[in-house]
Design a protein around this ligand. Structure first.
Ligand code: SAM
Ligand code: SF4
Length: 312
C-alpha cells in the first residue's frame, strides 16, 4: 500500500516529535509556563521504530526528528540508535542547537548529517529576548562545531517586523562567512504566534525585495513538494524562504506528523490527530487510511494549538 490521497498527494515525509518540552521559550512558539505531555505517554524508542519502520513500507522516505526540542529528551541517543537500524533513506534533525555538543558522535553514527538549527538573531540581546534565554553564544559555538565536523547545516530564521527584520543582510553575510544555508521563515498563524502575527508578520516577497536592493538573487530549481524555495546570491551563498502564509504549499504537501505521545496528524493545521500508540499493525493500517482523508487541500487560516506540541 502507498499513502496516496484522493488529490493524488503521496505521503513520503514524516516529522517526528520526540518531546514537547524545550530548554527555550521562543515567544512565537511557547508560553513561559507551558503545559506539557505526561512523559509516561511518550512513545518508547522501540515503539518509534515499529511505527516508523511500518511507514517506510508504506512509502515514507524522509524522516525529520523535531519537537519541542528533541535534544532535551533523555533517551535521545536510544531513539536515534533504534531509528538508525531502519536505514531510512533520509533521517535528519531540527533543533535549537543548544545541546548539539552532547550528540555529535551519536548523530554521525546514525548518519544524521543534515541539521536544521533555529536561530532568530545574531544579536545576543535580540536572541535572548525572543528565546527568553541568553543563548546566542552557545548556539553559534555549536553551529561552528557542526560545520567543522562535516555536518550539513541550515539555519532557520523566523522573520519578525520590528524585532529581527533589520538583520536580513547580517544573516546573508553570516551564510557567506560560514557556508551554511540560511532560510527565512514567515511567521505562521499557529498557537502563540497568532497574537504576534498582525504586528510582526513579514512576507517572503518583502524580504526578497529588500535583499534585491543589495544583491542579485538567482532562483534555484526546487522539488515539487519542497516547503522551501532557494536562491543563490553571488556564487556560494544560498538562502531559502518558507512562505507558508503567502505561498502555501498544501496542494503538493507530502508530510505527516507524529507527536511524542503517538498521535499522527495529517497537517500542522489539523485540529485532530489519530493515536497509533498500543495499536496492532491491522488497526494502524486502518488509521493510515483514515488519516489520508483528513489532510486539508487548502491552507487553514489559523490554528490555536501550539507548534511545540505537534512537532515543528
Ligand atoms: N526546537 C526545535 C527548533 O526550534 O528548531 C524544533 C521545534 S521548532 C517548533 C521547529 C521550527 O518551527 C523552528 O525553526 C521554529 O522557529 C519554527 N516555528 C515555531 N513556531 C513558528 C511559527 N509560529 N511560525 C513559523 N515558524 C515557527
Ligand atoms: Fe523551543 Fe523550538 Fe519552540 Fe523555540 S521554536 S520554544 S526552541 S520548540
Amino acid at each position: 500500500m502507498q499513502l496516496v490521497d484522493q488529490w493524488n498527494r503521496r505521503i513520503r515525509k514524516l516529522r517526528v516529535s520526540l518531546t514537547d518540552q524545550c530548554n527555550l521559550r521562543c515567544r512565537y512558539c511557547m508560553p513561559l509556563h507551558p503545559e506539557f505531555l505526561d512523559k509516561s505517554s511518550y512513545l518508547t524508542p522501540q515503539q518509534y521504530k515499529e511505527v516508523i519502520g511500518e511507514l517506510l513500507d508504506y512509502g515514507i522516505e524522509e524522516v525529520r526528528i523535531t519537537g519541542g526540542e528533541p535534544l532535551v529528551r533523555q533517551d535521545f541517543d536510544e531513539v536515534i540508535q533504534e531509528l538508525a537500524k531502519l536505514k531510512i533513506p533520509s533521517l535528519s534533525l531540527t533543533t535549537n542547537g543548544l545541546l548539539l555538543h552532547r550528540y555529535w558522535d551519536v548523530l554521525k553514527a546514525a548518519n544524521v548529517l543534515n541539521l536544521n538549527v533555529s536561530l532568530d538573531s545574531l544579536q545576543p540581546s535580540t536572541q535572548a529576548a525572543i528565546a527568553r534565554r541568553d543563548c546566542l553564544a552557545d548556539i553559534l559555538r555549536n553551529i561552528q562545531e557542526g560545520i567543522a565536523r562535516g555536518f550539513s547545516l541550515k539555519v532557520n530564521t523566523v522573520v519578525m517586523r520590528g524585532i529581527n527584520d533589520c538583520e536580513l543582510f547580517d544573516f546573508v553575510e553570516f551564510a557567506r562567512k560560514t557556508g551554511v544555508t540560511v532560510r527565512f521563515l514567515e511567521l505562521m498563524r499557529v498557537g502563540y504566534a497568532n497574537s504576534l502575527y498582525e504586528e510582526h508578520y513579514v512576507s517572503a516577497q518583502e524580504c526578497i525585495a529588500r535583499l534585491q536592493e543589495r544583491y542579485t538573487l538567482t532562483p534555484l530549481p526546487a522539488a515539487p513538494d519542497s516547503t522551501a524555495f532557494y536562491f543563490t546570491i553571488d556564487e556560494n551563498v544560498k538562502v531559502g524562504f518558507i512562505a507558508s502564509e503567502s505561498q502555501p504549499f498544501c496542494s503538493s504537501c507530502s508530510r505527516w506528523r507524529l507527536t511524542a505521545d503517538g498521535r499522527l496528524f495529517a497537517c500542522l493545521f489539523s485540529e485532530e490527530g489519530l493515536s497509533v500508540r498500543d495499536k496492532t499493525p491491522g488497526q494502524r493500517q486502518q488509521i493510515y487510511q483514515q488519516l489520508l482523508g483528513m489532510k486539508p487541500l487548502r491552507r487553514v487560516e489559523q490554528v490555536s494549538h501550539p507548534m511545540y506540541g505537534l512537532g515543528g
